[in-house]
Write a protein of this length. Structure first.
Length: 339
C-alpha cells in the first residue's frame, strides 16, 4: 500500500524531530496549483456575474423600449388627429395598421416579460441550490454557464451533442461533490480518496443512493439481513439494541440506546462481513440517509488491486475489533490503526 506507507514514513520523519524541513517541490507545486485554481474560479465567477448583470440590464432596456413604443401607439390611437385616416386600412374589412402594430408590440412585450421572468427564476434557483448545497466556486460557475448555454434560444443542432456531453460531465461532478462529504470523516474513505480518487468517484455514482425517512418511520429492525451501510445526512434518528456482552459472565443483555445526527453512520460491518441488524433504527425527525450498497462497493473496490488489498487489510482489523466488543450497528473504525 504505497500511499499508506508514504504517509507513515512522513509521520515518522516528522516525529524524528526534523523541524524546519522545507516543503517538497511536489507538495509546493500542488498547493500552488490548488490556490491558482481557486483564484481562477473566483475570477470566472466574477466574470459570469458581470455577464448575467449585463444580460439582465439589456433585457430590461429592451422591455422598457417596447413598452414606450406600445404607449406611443396607444396614444396615437386616442389622439384627435386619428380622424385624418393615418394608419387606417384603405380596403374595407382589413385591420388598421395601428391595430396590427399594437398587437405586434403587445405580443413582443409579453414574450420578453416571460423570457425575463424565466431567466430570473432560473438564476435564483441556481443561486439557492449552490448556497444550500455549499458547492465549490468552480462548480457553481460551471453550473451557471451550462444553464445559460442551454437556454432555448441558444440551443442549435450543431451544439446539441456538446451540450449533452457537458450536461453528463456536470451531473457526475455534482453527484460526486454532493455525495462525498458524508465520507469526509470516515478513515477508510479518507485514505481511499487520497490514493484512489477515481474509485471514490465511481462509488458516489454507482453505490450511493439517497433515502428519505419521515418522522417516526422505521429505517430497519433487529434481525433483518443487512447489505448496506447507512450515513445520516441531516435529521436525527434513534438506535436501540439489546445485545449480549461477549466478555461478561452475566446472562442479561446490555441495552444500547443512542440518538444519532447528521455526519454519523451505521452498519459499516455490512461492507466487511455478513451482517444482520442488531437493533432498531427509527427516525426522530425527517431524515435524509445515503445508503452504500455492499455488493456494488465490493465490485468497484475489487477492480483495483491495491485498493482491494487496502480494503482487505482494513476489513480484517475491523472484524477483529468487532469480535472483541459489543456487536452493534454502531461499531466504527476504532480498531483500525491509521498510523
Amino acid at each position: 500500500l504505497r500511499h499508506i506507507s508514504e504517509a507513515s514514513s512522513a509521520v515518522q520523519r516528522q516525529k524524528g524531530g526534523a523541524k524546519g524541513r522545507s516543503v517538497a517541490p511536489s507538495e509546493a507545486s500542488e498547493v500552488s496549483a490548488g490556490r491558482l485554481r481557486a483564484v481562477v474560479a473566483r475570477l470566472e465567477g466574477a466574470v459570469q456575474a458581470t455577464k448575467d448583470l449585463l444580460a439582465a440590464a439589456s433585457s430590461l432596456l429592451g422591455l422598457c423600449a417596447l413598452r414606450l413604443s406600445l404607449r406611443l401607439v396607444l396614444w396615437h390611437e386616442a389622439a384627435p388627429c386619428h380622424s385624418c385616416g393615418l394608419g387606417r386600412s384603405k380596403h374595407p374589412g382589413e385591420v388598421d395598421r395601428r391595430i396590427v402594430l399594437h398587437w405586434a408590440l403587445a405580443n413582443m412585450v409579453i414574450q420578453l416579460q416571460g423570457s425575463r421572468r424565466e431567466h430570473q427564476s432560473r438564476c435564483q434557483a441556481i443561486k439557492d441550490f449552490t448556497k444550500k448545497q455549499r458547492t465549490s466556486t468552480l462548480l457553481s460557475v460551471r453550473l451557471r454557464r451550462h444553464v445559460d448555454r442551454c437556454r432555448p434560444e441558444r440551443v442549435r443542432e450543431g451544439n446539441l451533442e456538446a451540450l449533452r456531453t457537458s450536461s453528463v460531465d456536470l451531473m457526475v461532478d455534482l453527484l460526486e461533490e454532493l455525495r462525498l462529504p458524508p465520507f469526509s470523516a470516515h478513515p477508510f474513505f479518507v485514505n481511499l480518496r487520497n490514493g484512489h480518487p477515481h474509485l471514490v468517484r465511481r462509488l458516489c455514482q454507482e453505490a450511493l443512493m439517497p433515502m428519505l425517512k419521515a418522522e417516526g418511520e422505521m429505517v430497519f429492525f433487529a434481525g433483518e439481513l443487512c447489505s448496506r451501510m447507512y450515513v445520516i445526512i441531516n435529521g436525527r434518528a434513534q438506535y436501540v439494541a439489546s445485545v449480549q456482552q461477549q466478555d461478561s459472565t452475566n446472562s442479561g443483555p446490555a441495552l444500547v440506546k443512542r440518538v444519532l445526527h447528521g455526519g454519523q453512520w451505521l452498519s459499516e460491518a455490512a461492507l466487511w462481513t455478513s451482517w444482520v441488524h442488531r437493533g432498531d433504527l427509527r427516525a426522530l425527525t425527517d431524515c435524509l440517509f445515503f445508503a452504500l450498497d455492499a455488493s456494488v462497493f465490493a465490485r468497484v473496490i475489487s477492480a483495483h488491486k491495491s485498493a482491494h488489498s487496502f480494503a482487505a487489510a482494513y476489513a480484517r482489523k475491523f472484524v477483529e475489533g468487532l469480535n472483541r466488543g459489543l456487536q452493534t450497528d454502531l461499531v466504527e473504525a476504532g480498531p483500525v490503526n491509521q498510523q
